[in-house]
Design a protein around this ligand. Structure first.
Ligand SMILES: *[C@@H]1O[C@H](CO)[C@@H](O)[C@H](O)[C@H]1NC(C)=O
Ligand SMILES: *[C@@H]1O[C@H](CO)[C@@H](O)[C@H](O)[C@H]1NC(C)=O
Ligand SMILES: *[C@@H]1O[C@H](CO)[C@@H](O)[C@H](O)[C@H]1NC(C)=O
Ligand SMILES: [Ca+2]
Ligand SMILES: [Ca+2]
Length: 253
């Protein structure tokens, strides 16, 4: 009986083993189930934070310009034209002012240069030329002669008979005093046309109205075509061939 029991038990075990084997062959499919079923009950999650606002979109298309009424348009155009004209005038004025300033600056520069030159010339004690600060230097010829002879002498000394810088009576009187002149030929003639007095460059003599002495020029004897400076500072016309006068020479400093 005991044996029977053992047999019975062992057969049962054997069956169980077979069943286990069968069971085992199925566990590959069912094995994970316990894992799934072992997940704890999911907790309730909170909703996410709201996202940020998107970037600003592009500007919309530009609208049509407004249409001003005609009167306003005309008024504005008139205003623009007036402003344009004023601007143009202002620019013209400005340009003129700049030109004036440039001219004055240039003139001052020129005057400074010539003054410096004259100053240096006046300090030259070896020179026979006198400086009177009118842009020229003066001297008399060493010898007396007729008009042409003294002109030649002046040219040989690097100048010519005076006419450019002796326009005023003051200057002439100053020269007469400085050079102790009694009577001196100057660079004016009416040889080319009687009565029409010209300077050495052919230009009309336009001295300041104090040029001629009283009752001169009188073309005495119809033969007086050259000018001489008298010691009173005024001039007389006399015969170009008169030979007893010095020439008043002038040269640029
Ligand atoms: C200044 O001197 C220059 C050259 O010597 C001359 O060309 C110019 O005309 C002079 N300007 C004035 C304003 O005297
Ligand atoms: C004319 O001028 C000369 C000097 O050049 C003088 O000797 C003469 O007396 C003058 N004649 C008259 C009529 O004024
Ligand atoms: C001036 O003098 C020179 C030399 O004696 C002579 O040749 C010339 O003809 C004279 N001029 C006049 C205008 O008399
Ligand atoms: Ca004459
Ligand atoms: Ca005369």
């Amino acid at each position: 009986m005991f044996i029977v029991l053992i047999v019975t038990i062992s057969s049962i075990l054997s069956i169980q083993a077979q069943q286990e084997m069968l069971t085992c062959s199925r566990t590959s499919n069912t094995f994970q189930i316990p894992a799934l079923s072992s997940v704890t009950t999911p907790s309730v999650t909170q909703p996410g934070v709201q996202g940020k606002r998107g970037p600003v979109g592009q500007k919309g298309a530009k609208g049509e310009p407004g249409i001003p009424d005609n009167e306003e348009l005309t008024r504005l155009q008139g205003l623009i034209n007036t402003l344009k004209e004023q601007l143009h005038n202002s620019l013209t004025d400005l340009r003129r002012m700049v030109e004036n300033v440039e001219a004055v600056t240039q003139r001052n520069k020129n005057e400074t240069v010539s003054l410096r030159r004259e100053l240096l010339a006046s300090l030259d004690t070896n020179s026979d030329w006198v400086t009177i600060f009118n842009g020229y230097q003066y001297r008399k010829t060493m010898d007396e002669g007729n008009w042409t002879q003294t002109r030649d002498a002046c040219q040989a000394l690097g100048g010519d008979l005076a006419w450019r810088g002796i326009q005023t009576l003051n200057i002439r009187k100053k020269l007469i005093s400085e050079l102790s002149l009694y009577y001196a030929w100057i660079g004016l003639t009416d040889t080319s046309e009687e009565g029409v007095w010209r300077c050495l460059d052919g230009s009309l003599a336009s001295l300041d109205g104090t040029l001629w002495d009283r009752n001169e020029p009188n073309n005495s004897g119809g033969q007086e075509n050259c000018a001489g400076l008298r010691e009173n500072g005024f001039s007389n016309d006399l015969n170009c061939g008169s030979w007893s006068h010095v020439g008043l020479c002038e040269k640029k400093v």
